[in-house]
Design a protein around this ligand. Sequence first.
Ligand SMILES: [Zn+2]
Length: 413
Amino acid sequence: MIRIVLAFAFLSVFAACSPKVTTEFATPEDIRFLERPDEKVKRSPCNDPLSYVAHPELIRMKTIRVNLHFMNSADGRHNMPKEEATAYARDWIYASNSNLDKNMKMFLPHGNDTPVLPIPYRYVITPDPDIPGDEGVYYHIDDELCYVVKKGRERNISDKRIIQKYAVRDDSVLNIFMQTHHLDSIPSPTYSASTNGISMGSSVKIFGQWHKKPSVWDSRGIVNHELGHSLGLAHTWGGYDGCDDTPPHPNCWNKTNTPPCDTMYSNNMMDYNAHMGALTPCQIGKILLNMARPGSIQRNITEAKWCTLDTSATITVTDSLALECAYDCEGNIIIESGGVLQITCRLSMPEGSTITIMPGGKLIIASTGYIHNACGDAWDGIVLVQEKKAKGILEVIDGGRIDNATYTRVSEP
Ligand SMILES: [Zn+2]
């Protein structure tokens, strides 16, 4: 009811400002239904990572929910004291996020001009709202699961029991487990007790010497690397990772004076190197594509900011804009005179939002396109503005859909 009142208020304000201008929610009579063009089926741009970075100005900052688990033994030798855990966790996530603030220019290929886009996500430690006083940082005493052995008969890096036993809300929060290398293995000259880890979907295990409380600045790269795997990225040196802007290389740790590591050293986040600070446009696009896929792990651990209307996130289209990626809009959309917006994939509009088409503006919903609300709610619909004979144009190509719109009902003629 409130929404209906608001809608009428919205319409009457428009009308009051200028008697020549009328506004109305689109009806089936307003829609130009067009035949699907007879064209060859090619790979859908909706599944191409580069489609997701084609309009960097439209990329919204995403928030990834994380929590952290400090594992220790009953004798206290496998991790830092419990009193220090929460502050360490906060510092560590802060340091990891600060790396994301400064995407590096790629070192490879040598002399490249690959663009440097901002990295569009950050982590936030997320408590369980059902646990009073919870801080999203957990401390477990477990003599069996507090340590990791990376090789040999006792190898247990992919043991899932720690996740099964201790994960908290791993359907919507990425769980980070901290295990220390077995104390008997650390002194061995043949065992590398460096900081590394493994991604297991919505949980990652990070191995280190946590009892020595290493600097968070030394271990920030591994958080971004392992969480990068959970966000859907592969190593770039080990074979084709699905991106053309991440060339293969010998995985040098750092620059040396002799080939191949004099020029073929990488700084990509998804390699093992001293920097782990660069993500390419294709890698960022892959992450955004995964986050836009309903039901994916990457989407489930991301805060659904697109479910609440944020009018400061309004998109104004003044030119031609072909949106060839799935997109979760956080605000309204206004298509100005001369603006043409084409929707080729999924477009989600927040509850209570509108798409306004001004006279001389046009919205085209392609045969593969649809507009909906991805949160199980309804959005308001498409508003057409008319001034004299000029009116906003709405075209729907056969197969295109407008779903969950309260005031825009679409039925084929
Ligand atoms: Zn890795």
